[in-house]
Design a protein around this ligand. Structure first.
Ligand code: SF4
Length: 428
């Protein structure tokens, strides 16, 4: 059987479809790179914003138009709106988040235990998802109550994967050819807090670095209140990527309070300072929400100024959208849609400027790049696209296709799509 897997939204969704791919492959099926060639299409949906929910429906309709595959829908949007999902064309099955781990065995009508025996090797997915990084879900759900967040409602309570299972999955990923593992979770920083004998995420990171040889370990999004000073000593090991994604959401104390975020601009700034003490060029990226209910001109100005000061290496700006069922959807002081968009554009401009400055500071440096994508440029060789451990995009040319290999690269110029480099020495 041919299976096409598609995903909207966060890295956790990506991690889940990679796991589905491993299970379908283990059962003898083939992963294809378009819905048109597939017998079964699985769409892992998202509902974090109204746009993400709309994109999820669009993906399902596109899959239905592409052929006559049986469509299986899962993820946060279809968990909250199962009726709407089941009525879309081609949809035969809707699998809610709590049953997601058993999706492949349900589709194949196999006992769930079939996939429990040992960790499955991970291979990059074909087509759009042909990445060299493996996204590993180590935690799901969240016990916080950020007022804008629909994800915690769709994902349920926080729960963590045991340490030895994760270490075994990292080893399996590496045996499958993976050189970089990204630890993912809805609330990754809470990993281990639900165990009978609670652990901290730093225990997990230390164990992976000690018990595996994975060349690069990256952390996905971490809530700022989950980290303390001791956490930063982990970066003594250079296999841990010097990249932290810390969602700020707003740089105004009053807005953060209405969001029920457990942080303040002062504590966030102190964290950023600690991170930069450990590694002066630590890449810190963030998420921001523009036009949260009650955000006054003064609060927005305070937030914009704070974002400028943080000198982020990149980030995402979300224009606030009311998600039914969240506390924020019921808050007074709705900001006009036009104003939300204007504020979003201003935040994006500030982030674009600081990203550019961060990239500029790297010019002239020699860095290690893991090549993720390659295009042939004829007899001259290959155009390579990859990432540094700072999560900087680099493009270079080489006579050989160095896909999924590391190269030392001298950064020489900036383009609209990141940094341009030349291979240093023999490049390997
Ligand atoms: S920490 Fe807040 S934003 Fe993140 S998943 Fe939990 S409730 Fe949502």
């Amino acid at each position: 059987m041919k299976v096409y897997l598609d995903s909207i939204g966060c890295r956790l969704n990506q991690s889940e479809i990679e796991k589905f791919a491993g299970q379908f492959r283990q059962a003898g099926h083939v992963i294809v790179d378009s819905a048109g060639e597939a017998d079964v299409v699985v769409v892992n949906t998202c509902t974090v914003t109204s746009q993400a929910a709309s994109d999820s429906r669009q993906k399902i309709r596109q899959a239905a138009r592409a052929g006559d595959a049986e469509i299986v829908v899962t993820g946060c949007w279809s968990t909250l709106e199962p009726q709407a999902a089941s009525m879309l064309p081609g949809v035969r099955r809707v699998v809610a988040n709590p049953q997601k781990d058993a999706l492949v065995s349900a589709v194949l009508n196999l006992p769930e235990a079939v996939f429990d025996l040992e960790p499955l090797a991970r291979e990059p997915l074909p087509g759009l998802h042909m990445r060299t990084r493996a996204f590993l879900k180590v935690q799901d759900g969240c016990d916080n109550h950020c007022t804008f967040c629909i994800t915690r409602i769709a994902r349920g309570e926080g729960r963590s994967t045991p340490i030895q299972q994760i270490v075994a999955e990292v080893i399996a990923a590496q045996q499958g050819g993976v050189n970089e593992v990204v630890l993912s979770g809805v609330h990754l920083g809470s990993w281990g807090s639900d165990f009978d004998r609670p652990l901290h995420l730093s225990h997990l990171i230390s164990a992976i670095l000690k018990e595996t040889d994975i060349p690069r370990l990256r952390l996905s999004s971490l809530e700022p209140w989950d980290l303390d000073e001791t956490f930063f000593s982990l970066w003594e090991n250079s296999r841990l990527c010097r990249h932290l994604h810390l969602p700020l959401q707003s740089g105004s104390a009053a807005t953060l309070h209405r969001m029920a975020r457990k942080t303040t601009p002062e504590s966030f700034a102190s964290l950023v300072q600690q991170a930069r003490t450990v590694s002066v060029d630590m890449a810190i990226t963030t998420d921001l929400i523009a036009g949260f209910p009650g955000e006054t001109e003064a609060e927005f100005a305070e937030s914009l100024h704070f974002v400028e000061q943080m000198e982020f290496a990149g980030g995402h700006v979300f224009t606030f959208s009311e998600r039914p069922g969240t506390a924020a959807a019921r808050l007074a002081g709705s900001v006009a849609h036009k104003v939300r968009k204007q504020r979003g554009a201003m935040l994006r401009d500030v982030l674009a400027h600081s990203t550019h400055q961060f990239q500029k500071r790297q010019l002239g440096c020699e860095v290690t790049v893991l090549w993720e994508a390659t295009d042939s440029v004829g007899p001259q060789g290959w155009r390579l696209h990859g990432l540094t451990d700072h999560y900087l995009k680099v493009t270079a040319f080489a006579p050989r296709r160095l896909w999924n290999q590391f190269s030392r690269v001298q950064l020489i110029d900036l383009s609209d799509d990141g940094l341009l480099g030349i291979l240093a020495g023999d490049g390997a």
